[in-house]
Design a protein around this ligand. Structure first.
Ligand SMILES: Cc1cc2nc3c(=O)[nH]c(=O)nc-3n(C[C@H](O)[C@H](O)[C@H](O)COP(=O)(O)O)c2cc1C
Length: 335
């Protein structure tokens, strides 16, 4: 394995200096009553930032349109109390030497009825719906800037609203496939030119792991190039296991293809560190070597950080016996 210290060396991506190439992946947690993040939320993110994570990406945060989501304890990115709550979160992360991006989320047809709107049913968007949703993304981007975020991530993965536009099954109308690019453009217009705009995408859906938005590199390239032209600075390629190739005939993973097809920096993710023997088994070496070869720039950690907020620091120090294996119950206990 490369020397432990190289794990936490500083890196600059899209103009943003980070204390390490490790990123906390976005993980929904429903601990923000009425959409407002509490001091506990700030402490939760701070713990990861002060333990070797260079960039925290928040849990999915709902934009301010009533169709965006149904869970009242999922945070929002709207003016007022939620904005003030997020300002506390970004302050704590900055105090700990970290950087933080807000993940903007709209559930699309995955949204369920909520109290007060029991008659809600998902329907096809038309005319004014597009403008209203674009305005809500733009407003959340403005709030992100005011609340002190260092970057914004657009959630265009896993079967939620923007990904529904990318998938031929949920959106056979080719012309509309690029609504996600319009959203990126609307956000780009609201944030400073030096503020990185990250776009998260995936081949799979949360409820269909075999789904694909692109069968070939050419198809993927068309989608990602549209994101780049609209103002994306970094591509966050969500996959379930980072070592799995995306297309036949090449070992490149999804983040590798994103980088090759667009020239943009990319973030990889997927089953890093879930068990303690990840480090000794050779996967850790593979993870770092692929990065050294230029396949991706940053490495996101999801579930391992729930029960091990200090995973990066412990691995760098060789203190592997202090790491606990991931268990599904971590998602309730530590979320
Ligand atoms: C409890 C939980 C909540 C998640 N919530 C989100 C989310 O809000 N937005 C998102 O893009 N991905 C979400 N994900 C996916 C993670 O960001 C990550 O891609 C996934 O867990 C794979 O990484 P890992 O193997 O390191 O955990 C979630 C995953 C988990 C386990």
């Amino acid at each position: 394995m490369p020397a432990a210290t190289t794990l936490v060396e500083p890196v600059t991506v899209a103009g943003l200096p980070l204390s390490s190439p490790f990123v906390m992946a976005p993980m929904t947690r429903e601990r923000s009553p009425h959409g407002v993040p509490t001091p506990e939320v700030a402490a939760y993110y701070r713990r990861r930032a002060e333990n070797g994570v260079g960039l925290v990406i928040t849990e999915g945060v709902l934009i301010g349109h009533r169709s965006a989501g149904h869970q009242s304890a999922v945070p929002r990115l709207t003016p007022g109390a939620a904005e003030a709550g997020w300002r506390r979160v970004t302050g704590e992360v900055h105090d700990a030497g970290g950087r933080i991006a807000a993940q903007l989320w709209h559930l699309g047809s995955r949204r369920e009825p909520i109290d007060g709107y029991p008659a809600w049913t998902p329907r096809t968007m038309s005319g004014g719906d597009f403008d209203a949703v674009l305005r809500a993304y733009a407003e959340s981007a403005r709030v992100a800037v005011r609340a002190g975020f260092d970057a914004v991530e657009v959630h265009a993965a896993h079967g939620y609203l923007l990904d529904e536009f990318l998938w031929h099954v949920s959106n056979p109308t080719r012309a509309r496939r690029l609504f996600p690019a319009e959203v990126i453009r609307a956000i780009r217009a609201e944030i400073p030119s030096c503020m990185p705009l990250i776009v998260r995408f995936s081949q799979f859906k949360e409820r269909d792991h075999d789904a694909r938005i692109a069968e070939t590199p050419g198809e993927l390239g068309m989608i990602l190039e549209a994101f780049r032209e609209a103002g994306a600075d970094v591509l966050h390629a969500s996959q379930r296991r980072f070592w799995e190739p995306t297309f036949a005939g090449s070992d490149l993973n999804l983040a590798g293809w994103a980088r090759r097809l667009t020239g943009l920096p990319s973030i990889t993710v997927g089953s890093v560190g879930l068990t303690r023997d990840f480090v000794s088994s050779g996967r850790m070496r593979e993870l770092l070597e692929r990065r050294q070869r230029g396949e991706y720039d940053l490495i996101a950690l999801g579930r391992v950080l729930l029960g091990n907020p200090a995973w990066v620091r412990l691995v760098a120090a060789g203190r592997l016996d202090e790491i606990r294996d991931y268990h599904k119950s971590d998602e309730q206990r530590f979320s």
